[in-house]
Design a protein around this ligand. Sequence first.
Ligand code: PLP
Length: 482
Amino acid sequence: MNKLPELIFNISKEGKVGYSFSPVPATFTDDMIALDGEYRRNDMEDFPQLSEVEVVRHYTQLAQLNHSVDSGFYPLGSCTMKYNPKVNDTVASLDELSCHPYAPISTVQGNLEIMKTLDEWLCKITGMGGFTLAPAAGAHGEFTGMKIIRKHLSDKGDPRKIVLIPDSAHGTNPASAHFSGYEIKEIPSNPDGILDVETLEKYLTPDVAALMMTNPNTLGIFEKNISKIAEKLHANGSLLYMDGANMNAFMGIVKPGDLGVDVLHLNLHKTFSTPHGGGGPGSGPVGVAAHLVQHLPVPVITKTNDGYHAAYFNKGIGRVKNFYGNFLVMVRALAYIMALGKENIRKVAEDAVLNANYIRKNLEDVLNLQYSSKTLHEVVFSDKGLNVKTLDIAKRLLDFGIHPFTVYFPLIVHGAMMIEPTETESRETLDEFISVMRAILKEAQEDPEKLTSAPHNTPVRRLDEVLAARQLVLRWKKTEEK
Ligand SMILES: *Cc1c(COP(=O)(O)O)cnc(C)c1O
Protein backbone atom coordinates (compact mmCIF):
# COMPACT_ATOMS: atom_id res chain seq x y z
CA MET A 1 0.00 0.00 0.00
CA ASN A 2 1.29 3.45 -0.85
CA LYS A 3 2.10 5.80 1.94
CA LEU A 4 0.37 9.10 2.33
CA PRO A 5 2.36 11.86 0.60
CA GLU A 6 3.30 14.99 2.53
CA LEU A 7 1.00 17.95 2.00
CA ILE A 8 2.21 19.94 -0.97
CA PHE A 9 2.62 22.99 1.28
CA ASN A 10 5.07 21.09 3.47
CA ILE A 11 7.39 20.12 0.63
CA SER A 12 7.52 23.63 -0.77
CA LYS A 13 10.95 25.36 -0.85
CA GLU A 14 11.35 29.08 -1.35
CA GLY A 15 12.48 29.87 -4.90
CA LYS A 16 11.66 26.58 -6.64
CA VAL A 17 9.73 26.94 -9.88
CA GLY A 18 8.24 24.70 -12.51
CA TYR A 19 9.37 26.73 -15.51
CA SER A 20 11.74 29.60 -15.94
CA PHE A 21 11.58 31.94 -18.88
CA SER A 22 13.96 34.61 -19.99
CA PRO A 23 12.67 38.00 -18.91
CA VAL A 24 9.94 39.44 -21.12
CA PRO A 25 10.02 43.17 -21.86
CA ALA A 26 7.21 45.00 -20.06
CA THR A 27 4.66 45.19 -22.84
CA PHE A 28 1.62 45.97 -20.75
CA THR A 29 1.15 49.26 -19.07
CA ASP A 30 -1.33 49.84 -16.27
CA ASP A 31 -3.92 51.58 -18.44
CA MET A 32 -4.01 48.53 -20.75
CA ILE A 33 -5.23 46.24 -17.97
CA ALA A 34 -8.95 46.33 -17.26
CA LEU A 35 -8.74 45.16 -13.65
CA ASP A 36 -8.37 47.84 -11.00
CA GLY A 37 -5.11 47.78 -9.12
CA GLU A 38 -6.74 46.86 -5.84
CA TYR A 39 -7.98 43.57 -7.29
CA ARG A 40 -4.66 42.63 -8.80
CA ARG A 41 -2.46 40.10 -7.03
CA ASN A 42 1.24 40.83 -6.97
CA ASP A 43 2.28 37.71 -5.22
CA MET A 44 0.61 34.58 -3.99
CA GLU A 45 1.36 34.25 -0.34
CA ASP A 46 2.07 30.69 0.79
CA PHE A 47 1.58 29.32 -2.69
CA PRO A 48 3.67 26.11 -2.77
CA GLN A 49 6.94 26.43 -4.67
CA LEU A 50 8.11 23.23 -6.36
CA SER A 51 9.71 21.91 -9.51
CA GLU A 52 7.55 20.37 -12.21
CA VAL A 53 8.61 16.81 -11.47
CA GLU A 54 7.77 17.26 -7.78
CA VAL A 55 4.30 18.49 -8.64
CA VAL A 56 3.73 15.61 -11.05
CA ARG A 57 4.90 13.02 -8.51
CA HIS A 58 2.83 14.55 -5.74
CA TYR A 59 -0.43 14.35 -7.69
CA THR A 60 0.39 10.98 -9.23
CA GLN A 61 0.95 9.56 -5.75
CA LEU A 62 -2.33 11.06 -4.56
CA ALA A 63 -4.16 9.58 -7.56
CA GLN A 64 -2.69 6.16 -6.80
CA LEU A 65 -4.32 6.23 -3.38
CA ASN A 66 -7.72 6.10 -5.04
CA HIS A 67 -9.51 2.82 -5.28
CA SER A 68 -11.39 2.59 -8.55
CA VAL A 69 -13.09 0.01 -10.72
CA ASP A 70 -9.98 0.06 -12.89
CA SER A 71 -7.74 -0.81 -9.95
CA GLY A 72 -9.67 -3.45 -8.03
CA PHE A 73 -12.85 -5.21 -6.97
CA TYR A 74 -15.53 -2.75 -5.87
CA PRO A 75 -18.64 -4.58 -4.60
CA LEU A 76 -20.37 -1.45 -3.24
CA GLY A 77 -24.01 -2.54 -3.05
CA SER A 78 -26.65 -0.46 -4.83
CA CYS A 79 -23.95 1.55 -6.61
CA THR A 80 -23.32 -0.90 -9.48
CA MET A 81 -19.59 -0.26 -9.77
CA LYS A 82 -19.27 -2.22 -12.98
CA TYR A 83 -16.35 -1.92 -15.34
CA ASN A 84 -16.80 0.89 -17.89
CA PRO A 85 -15.61 -0.26 -21.31
CA LYS A 86 -12.99 2.10 -22.74
CA VAL A 87 -14.64 2.11 -26.16
CA ASN A 88 -17.35 4.32 -24.64
CA ASP A 89 -14.72 6.95 -23.88
CA THR A 90 -13.26 6.62 -27.37
CA VAL A 91 -16.67 7.35 -28.87
CA ALA A 92 -17.34 10.21 -26.45
CA SER A 93 -14.06 11.88 -27.37
CA LEU A 94 -14.76 12.10 -31.11
CA ASP A 95 -14.15 15.68 -32.20
CA GLU A 96 -17.31 15.65 -34.31
CA LEU A 97 -19.46 15.44 -31.16
CA SER A 98 -18.24 18.58 -29.48
CA CYS A 99 -20.33 21.63 -30.15
CA HIS A 100 -21.58 24.70 -28.38
CA PRO A 101 -24.94 24.22 -26.65
CA TYR A 102 -26.22 27.36 -28.39
CA ALA A 103 -25.14 26.17 -31.85
CA PRO A 104 -27.97 26.43 -34.40
CA ILE A 105 -30.11 23.30 -34.45
CA SER A 106 -29.35 22.67 -38.11
CA THR A 107 -25.65 22.25 -37.26
CA VAL A 108 -26.13 19.74 -34.42
CA GLN A 109 -28.46 17.26 -36.07
CA GLY A 110 -26.12 14.35 -35.27
CA ASN A 111 -26.07 15.20 -31.57
CA LEU A 112 -29.87 15.38 -31.48
CA GLU A 113 -30.06 12.05 -33.30
CA ILE A 114 -27.86 10.49 -30.62
CA MET A 115 -30.19 11.76 -27.90
CA LYS A 116 -33.30 10.65 -29.74
CA THR A 117 -31.80 7.22 -30.41
CA LEU A 118 -30.90 6.78 -26.72
CA ASP A 119 -34.43 7.84 -25.78
CA GLU A 120 -35.82 5.18 -28.14
CA TRP A 121 -33.53 2.45 -26.79
CA LEU A 122 -34.49 3.30 -23.21
CA CYS A 123 -38.18 3.15 -24.19
CA LYS A 124 -37.61 -0.30 -25.70
CA ILE A 125 -35.74 -1.56 -22.65
CA THR A 126 -38.26 -0.24 -20.12
CA GLY A 127 -41.55 -0.23 -22.04
CA MET A 128 -42.15 3.41 -21.14
CA GLY A 129 -43.72 5.98 -23.51
CA GLY A 130 -41.00 8.63 -23.51
CA PHE A 131 -37.88 9.84 -21.72
CA THR A 132 -36.17 13.00 -20.66
CA LEU A 133 -32.39 12.76 -20.60
CA ALA A 134 -31.92 16.04 -18.76
CA PRO A 135 -31.54 15.01 -15.07
CA ALA A 136 -27.92 14.82 -13.94
CA ALA A 137 -28.24 12.05 -11.34
CA GLY A 138 -30.55 9.41 -9.94
CA ALA A 139 -31.87 11.63 -7.17
CA HIS A 140 -32.31 14.46 -9.69
CA GLY A 141 -34.37 12.02 -11.78
CA GLU A 142 -36.53 11.20 -8.76
CA PHE A 143 -37.13 14.89 -8.16
CA THR A 144 -38.01 15.40 -11.84
CA GLY A 145 -40.34 12.37 -11.78
CA MET A 146 -42.15 13.56 -8.67
CA LYS A 147 -42.57 17.02 -10.21
CA ILE A 148 -44.16 15.34 -13.25
CA ILE A 149 -46.59 13.47 -10.99
CA ARG A 150 -47.39 16.68 -9.16
CA LYS A 151 -48.01 18.53 -12.40
CA HIS A 152 -50.24 15.75 -13.73
CA LEU A 153 -52.37 15.68 -10.59
CA SER A 154 -52.64 19.43 -10.17
CA ASP A 155 -53.60 19.87 -13.85
CA LYS A 156 -56.43 17.45 -13.13
CA GLY A 157 -57.50 19.64 -10.21
CA ASP A 158 -56.66 16.89 -7.70
CA PRO A 159 -53.28 17.88 -6.22
CA ARG A 160 -53.05 15.40 -3.26
CA LYS A 161 -50.54 15.48 -0.46
CA ILE A 162 -49.03 12.13 0.40
CA VAL A 163 -46.35 9.92 -1.09
CA LEU A 164 -46.03 6.39 0.27
CA ILE A 165 -42.56 4.89 0.51
CA PRO A 166 -41.75 1.33 1.63
CA ASP A 167 -39.08 0.92 4.32
CA SER A 168 -36.98 -1.00 1.80
CA ALA A 169 -36.70 1.99 -0.56
CA HIS A 170 -33.49 3.80 -1.40
CA GLY A 171 -32.63 6.65 0.97
CA THR A 172 -32.91 9.31 -1.69
CA ASN A 173 -36.63 8.56 -2.33
CA PRO A 174 -38.07 10.27 0.76
CA ALA A 175 -35.78 13.24 0.25
CA SER A 176 -36.87 13.71 -3.39
CA ALA A 177 -40.56 13.36 -2.56
CA HIS A 178 -40.20 15.83 0.29
CA PHE A 179 -38.38 18.35 -1.91
CA SER A 180 -41.21 18.04 -4.43
CA GLY A 181 -43.61 19.24 -1.75
CA TYR A 182 -45.07 15.96 -0.54
CA GLU A 183 -45.62 14.53 2.90
CA ILE A 184 -44.01 11.10 3.29
CA LYS A 185 -45.59 8.02 4.85
CA GLU A 186 -43.40 4.98 5.35
CA ILE A 187 -44.93 1.53 4.78
CA PRO A 188 -43.43 -1.61 6.33
CA SER A 189 -42.37 -4.47 4.10
CA ASN A 190 -43.37 -8.03 5.02
CA PRO A 191 -41.13 -10.76 6.53
CA ASP A 192 -40.11 -11.75 2.99
CA GLY A 193 -38.74 -8.24 2.47
CA ILE A 194 -41.33 -7.06 -0.06
CA LEU A 195 -44.50 -4.99 -0.03
CA ASP A 196 -47.86 -6.73 0.47
CA VAL A 197 -50.97 -5.57 -1.38
CA GLU A 198 -52.95 -5.77 1.89
CA THR A 199 -50.48 -3.52 3.71
CA LEU A 200 -50.61 -1.00 0.87
CA GLU A 201 -54.41 -0.95 0.98
CA LYS A 202 -54.35 0.17 4.61
CA TYR A 203 -52.38 3.26 3.63
CA LEU A 204 -54.20 4.02 0.40
CA THR A 205 -56.28 7.09 1.25
CA PRO A 206 -57.75 9.53 -1.33
CA ASP A 207 -54.89 11.89 -0.50
CA VAL A 208 -52.17 9.56 -1.81
CA ALA A 209 -50.48 11.01 -4.89
CA ALA A 210 -48.09 8.14 -5.50
CA LEU A 211 -46.14 5.18 -4.21
CA MET A 212 -42.40 5.37 -4.72
CA MET A 213 -41.06 1.88 -4.98
CA THR A 214 -37.45 0.81 -5.43
CA ASN A 215 -37.43 -2.31 -7.60
CA PRO A 216 -35.51 -4.49 -7.06
CA ASN A 217 -35.65 -3.05 -3.57
CA THR A 218 -32.62 -2.33 -1.41
CA LEU A 219 -32.58 -5.94 -0.22
CA GLY A 220 -31.98 -6.95 -3.84
CA ILE A 221 -35.43 -8.59 -3.92
CA PHE A 222 -37.85 -8.26 -6.82
CA GLU A 223 -41.17 -6.73 -5.74
CA LYS A 224 -43.30 -9.51 -7.13
CA ASN A 225 -46.64 -7.89 -6.20
CA ILE A 226 -45.85 -4.84 -8.29
CA SER A 227 -48.53 -5.35 -10.96
CA LYS A 228 -51.26 -5.81 -8.34
CA ILE A 229 -49.91 -2.81 -6.48
CA ALA A 230 -50.10 -0.74 -9.68
CA GLU A 231 -53.73 -1.76 -10.18
CA LYS A 232 -54.69 -0.78 -6.63
CA LEU A 233 -52.93 2.56 -6.96
CA HIS A 234 -54.55 3.36 -10.30
CA ALA A 235 -58.00 2.43 -8.96
CA ASN A 236 -57.34 5.01 -6.24
CA GLY A 237 -56.25 7.68 -8.75
CA SER A 238 -52.64 7.39 -7.47
CA LEU A 239 -49.50 6.82 -9.55
CA LEU A 240 -46.66 4.35 -9.33
CA TYR A 241 -43.11 5.67 -9.34
CA MET A 242 -40.43 3.04 -9.75
CA ASP A 243 -36.87 3.77 -8.71
CA GLY A 244 -35.09 1.92 -11.52
CA ALA A 245 -31.52 2.79 -10.55
CA ASN A 246 -30.91 -0.94 -10.23
CA MET A 247 -32.23 -2.04 -13.63
CA ASN A 248 -28.97 -3.99 -13.90
CA ALA A 249 -30.95 -6.74 -12.16
CA PHE A 250 -33.57 -7.29 -14.84
CA MET A 251 -33.07 -5.20 -17.97
CA GLY A 252 -33.88 -7.18 -21.07
CA ILE A 253 -36.03 -9.52 -18.99
CA VAL A 254 -38.85 -7.43 -17.52
CA LYS A 255 -40.20 -4.08 -18.75
CA PRO A 256 -41.45 -1.81 -15.96
CA GLY A 257 -43.95 -0.32 -18.43
CA ASP A 258 -45.63 -3.75 -18.64
CA LEU A 259 -45.94 -3.84 -14.85
CA GLY A 260 -48.02 -0.66 -14.71
CA VAL A 261 -45.25 1.74 -13.74
CA ASP A 262 -46.16 5.39 -14.53
CA VAL A 263 -42.81 7.07 -13.93
CA LEU A 264 -39.31 5.73 -13.42
CA HIS A 265 -35.72 6.86 -13.46
CA LEU A 266 -32.62 4.99 -14.57
CA ASN A 267 -29.03 5.63 -13.64
CA LEU A 268 -26.88 5.71 -16.76
CA HIS A 269 -23.89 5.87 -14.40
CA LYS A 270 -24.83 2.51 -12.93
CA THR A 271 -26.71 0.18 -15.26
CA PHE A 272 -25.43 1.71 -18.48
CA SER A 273 -21.77 1.75 -17.52
CA THR A 274 -20.90 5.43 -17.55
CA PRO A 275 -18.21 6.31 -15.02
CA HIS A 276 -19.25 7.47 -11.57
CA GLY A 277 -17.89 8.24 -8.20
CA GLY A 278 -16.00 11.42 -7.42
CA GLY A 279 -19.03 13.60 -8.00
CA GLY A 280 -20.06 12.82 -11.54
CA PRO A 281 -21.07 13.91 -14.06
CA GLY A 282 -23.92 11.43 -14.03
CA SER A 283 -27.24 11.06 -15.78
CA GLY A 284 -30.63 10.00 -14.42
CA PRO A 285 -33.09 9.82 -17.34
CA VAL A 286 -36.77 9.75 -16.42
CA GLY A 287 -39.22 7.62 -18.37
CA VAL A 288 -42.98 8.12 -18.24
CA ALA A 289 -46.05 6.24 -19.45
CA ALA A 290 -47.67 7.61 -22.62
CA HIS A 291 -50.29 9.64 -20.72
CA LEU A 292 -47.56 11.67 -18.99
CA VAL A 293 -45.29 12.41 -21.96
CA GLN A 294 -46.81 15.88 -22.28
CA HIS A 295 -45.40 16.77 -18.85
CA LEU A 296 -41.76 15.95 -19.55
CA PRO A 297 -39.30 18.78 -18.96
CA VAL A 298 -37.91 20.77 -21.88
CA PRO A 299 -36.12 20.63 -24.24
CA VAL A 300 -38.01 17.75 -25.87
CA ILE A 301 -36.18 16.28 -28.85
CA THR A 302 -38.52 15.47 -31.72
CA LYS A 303 -38.09 14.19 -35.25
CA THR A 304 -40.03 15.30 -38.31
CA ASN A 305 -39.42 14.91 -42.04
CA ASP A 306 -37.09 17.88 -42.04
CA GLY A 307 -34.87 16.62 -39.23
CA TYR A 308 -34.49 16.81 -35.46
CA HIS A 309 -35.76 19.63 -33.31
CA ALA A 310 -35.57 20.77 -29.70
CA ALA A 311 -39.02 21.89 -28.53
CA TYR A 312 -39.39 24.26 -25.59
CA PHE A 313 -43.16 24.58 -25.20
CA ASN A 314 -45.36 21.86 -23.75
CA LYS A 315 -47.51 21.24 -20.68
CA GLY A 316 -44.42 20.17 -18.85
CA ILE A 317 -42.58 21.11 -15.71
CA GLY A 318 -40.16 23.48 -17.42
CA ARG A 319 -36.43 22.97 -17.26
CA VAL A 320 -34.55 20.84 -14.76
CA LYS A 321 -31.01 21.30 -16.10
CA ASN A 322 -29.17 23.77 -18.29
CA PHE A 323 -29.07 22.91 -22.00
CA TYR A 324 -29.67 19.22 -22.74
CA GLY A 325 -28.18 17.48 -19.71
CA ASN A 326 -24.81 15.72 -19.57
CA PHE A 327 -24.50 14.97 -23.25
CA LEU A 328 -21.24 13.01 -23.29
CA VAL A 329 -22.59 10.72 -20.59
CA MET A 330 -25.50 9.95 -22.93
CA VAL A 331 -23.04 9.22 -25.74
CA ARG A 332 -21.21 6.70 -23.53
CA ALA A 333 -24.45 5.00 -22.52
CA LEU A 334 -25.62 4.73 -26.12
CA ALA A 335 -22.24 3.32 -27.17
CA TYR A 336 -22.59 0.73 -24.40
CA ILE A 337 -26.16 -0.23 -25.36
CA MET A 338 -25.38 -0.46 -29.07
CA ALA A 339 -22.22 -2.48 -28.48
CA LEU A 340 -24.22 -4.96 -26.39
CA GLY A 341 -27.29 -5.22 -28.61
CA LYS A 342 -30.62 -6.67 -27.54
CA GLU A 343 -29.46 -10.18 -26.58
CA ASN A 344 -26.50 -9.11 -24.52
CA ILE A 345 -28.50 -6.53 -22.59
CA ARG A 346 -30.42 -9.45 -21.17
CA LYS A 347 -27.16 -11.32 -20.56
CA VAL A 348 -25.84 -8.43 -18.45
CA ALA A 349 -28.76 -8.84 -16.05
CA GLU A 350 -28.48 -12.63 -16.00
CA ASP A 351 -24.77 -12.52 -15.21
CA ALA A 352 -25.20 -9.77 -12.58
CA VAL A 353 -27.74 -11.98 -10.79
CA LEU A 354 -25.60 -15.09 -11.21
CA ASN A 355 -22.53 -13.40 -9.74
CA ALA A 356 -24.43 -12.06 -6.71
CA ASN A 357 -25.95 -15.45 -6.05
CA TYR A 358 -22.55 -17.13 -6.38
CA ILE A 359 -21.33 -14.93 -3.53
CA ARG A 360 -24.50 -15.56 -1.55
CA LYS A 361 -24.17 -19.34 -1.86
CA ASN A 362 -20.52 -19.30 -0.89
CA LEU A 363 -20.95 -17.13 2.19
CA GLU A 364 -24.37 -18.02 3.54
CA ASP A 365 -22.97 -20.71 5.85
CA VAL A 366 -20.81 -18.13 7.63
CA LEU A 367 -22.96 -14.99 7.49
CA ASN A 368 -26.53 -14.39 8.57
CA LEU A 369 -29.20 -13.68 5.95
CA GLN A 370 -32.03 -11.81 7.62
CA TYR A 371 -34.34 -12.36 4.65
CA SER A 372 -34.27 -15.71 2.96
CA SER A 373 -36.13 -14.61 -0.20
CA LYS A 374 -34.39 -15.05 -3.54
CA THR A 375 -32.15 -12.12 -4.39
CA LEU A 376 -31.22 -10.64 -7.72
CA HIS A 377 -28.12 -8.56 -8.42
CA GLU A 378 -27.01 -8.05 -4.82
CA VAL A 379 -27.11 -9.84 -1.50
CA VAL A 380 -27.50 -8.26 1.93
CA PHE A 381 -25.99 -10.11 4.90
CA SER A 382 -26.36 -9.15 8.55
CA ASP A 383 -23.77 -9.06 11.35
CA LYS A 384 -26.12 -10.99 13.64
CA GLY A 385 -24.34 -13.74 15.54
CA LEU A 386 -20.84 -12.33 14.90
CA ASN A 387 -18.50 -11.13 17.63
CA VAL A 388 -17.35 -8.18 15.50
CA LYS A 389 -19.28 -5.45 13.74
CA THR A 390 -19.98 -4.88 10.06
CA LEU A 391 -17.65 -1.88 10.17
CA ASP A 392 -14.75 -4.05 11.42
CA ILE A 393 -15.12 -6.45 8.50
CA ALA A 394 -15.40 -3.57 6.04
CA LYS A 395 -12.22 -1.97 7.41
CA ARG A 396 -10.33 -5.26 7.33
CA LEU A 397 -11.26 -5.72 3.63
CA LEU A 398 -9.19 -2.59 2.92
CA ASP A 399 -6.06 -4.45 4.04
CA PHE A 400 -6.65 -6.89 1.20
CA GLY A 401 -7.04 -4.15 -1.42
CA ILE A 402 -10.78 -4.71 -1.78
CA HIS A 403 -13.27 -1.88 -1.63
CA PRO A 404 -15.76 -2.58 1.17
CA PHE A 405 -19.39 -3.38 0.44
CA THR A 406 -22.08 -0.88 1.39
CA VAL A 407 -22.43 -0.86 5.18
CA TYR A 408 -25.45 -0.35 7.45
CA PHE A 409 -27.88 0.06 4.57
CA PRO A 410 -30.72 -0.82 4.21
CA LEU A 411 -31.68 0.10 7.75
CA ILE A 412 -34.11 -2.79 8.07
CA VAL A 413 -31.20 -5.26 8.20
CA HIS A 414 -29.14 -5.39 11.40
CA GLY A 415 -25.56 -4.38 10.56
CA ALA A 416 -26.24 -4.66 6.83
CA MET A 417 -23.46 -5.72 4.44
CA MET A 418 -24.79 -5.04 0.97
CA ILE A 419 -22.71 -6.80 -1.65
CA GLU A 420 -23.06 -6.17 -5.39
CA PRO A 421 -20.35 -7.77 -7.51
CA THR A 422 -21.84 -6.78 -10.95
CA GLU A 423 -21.60 -8.87 -14.11
CA THR A 424 -18.20 -7.59 -15.19
CA GLU A 425 -16.26 -9.55 -12.54
CA SER A 426 -14.67 -12.90 -13.33
CA ARG A 427 -15.18 -16.09 -11.38
CA GLU A 428 -11.54 -15.81 -10.19
CA THR A 429 -12.22 -12.38 -8.67
CA LEU A 430 -15.36 -13.61 -6.95
CA ASP A 431 -13.48 -16.64 -5.59
CA GLU A 432 -10.77 -14.40 -4.24
CA PHE A 433 -13.30 -12.15 -2.54
CA ILE A 434 -15.06 -15.15 -1.03
CA SER A 435 -11.82 -16.57 0.33
CA VAL A 436 -10.80 -13.20 1.78
CA MET A 437 -14.20 -12.87 3.45
CA ARG A 438 -13.94 -16.38 4.89
CA ALA A 439 -10.42 -15.69 6.15
CA ILE A 440 -11.59 -12.46 7.80
CA LEU A 441 -14.50 -14.23 9.48
CA LYS A 442 -12.10 -16.87 10.78
CA GLU A 443 -9.83 -14.15 12.15
CA ALA A 444 -12.89 -12.66 13.86
CA GLN A 445 -13.12 -15.80 15.97
CA GLU A 446 -9.43 -16.38 16.59
CA ASP A 447 -8.14 -12.82 16.87
CA PRO A 448 -11.00 -10.27 16.83
CA GLU A 449 -8.58 -7.47 17.71
CA LYS A 450 -7.14 -7.83 14.20
CA LEU A 451 -10.50 -6.66 12.87
CA THR A 452 -11.47 -4.12 15.50
CA SER A 453 -8.18 -2.27 14.96
CA ALA A 454 -8.21 -2.59 11.13
CA PRO A 455 -7.17 -1.32 8.66
CA HIS A 456 -3.46 -2.00 9.21
CA ASN A 457 -1.92 -1.57 5.75
CA THR A 458 -3.56 1.62 4.55
CA PRO A 459 -1.89 5.05 4.54
CA VAL A 460 -4.50 6.26 7.02
CA ARG A 461 -5.70 3.94 9.81
CA ARG A 462 -9.20 3.85 11.22
CA LEU A 463 -10.78 7.26 11.26
CA ASP A 464 -13.29 8.65 13.70
CA GLU A 465 -15.98 8.86 11.03
CA VAL A 466 -18.42 10.87 13.12
CA LEU A 467 -15.81 13.47 13.96
CA ALA A 468 -14.62 13.54 10.34
CA ALA A 469 -18.16 14.23 9.15
CA ARG A 470 -18.90 16.86 11.79
CA GLN A 471 -15.62 18.74 11.70
CA LEU A 472 -14.71 18.89 8.07
CA VAL A 473 -11.20 20.14 7.39
CA LEU A 474 -11.16 20.95 3.72
CA ARG A 475 -8.68 23.79 3.49
CA TRP A 476 -5.04 24.05 4.42
CA LYS A 477 -4.19 26.83 6.80
CA LYS A 478 -0.80 28.01 7.89
CA THR A 479 0.19 26.51 11.22
CA GLU A 480 -0.13 29.81 13.14
CA GLU A 481 -3.74 30.21 11.96
CA LYS A 482 -4.87 26.71 12.87
C1 PLP B 1 -27.83 5.16 -6.57
C2 PLP B 1 -29.27 5.10 -6.34
C3 PLP B 1 -30.03 6.27 -6.31
C4 PLP B 1 -29.44 7.67 -6.40
O1 PLP B 1 -28.69 7.93 -7.54
P1 PLP B 1 -27.65 9.15 -7.57
O2 PLP B 1 -27.17 9.21 -8.97
O3 PLP B 1 -26.59 8.81 -6.59
O4 PLP B 1 -28.38 10.38 -7.16
C5 PLP B 1 -31.40 6.15 -6.16
N1 PLP B 1 -31.97 4.94 -6.00
C6 PLP B 1 -31.27 3.79 -6.00
C7 PLP B 1 -31.97 2.48 -5.84
C8 PLP B 1 -29.89 3.83 -6.16
O5 PLP B 1 -29.19 2.69 -6.15
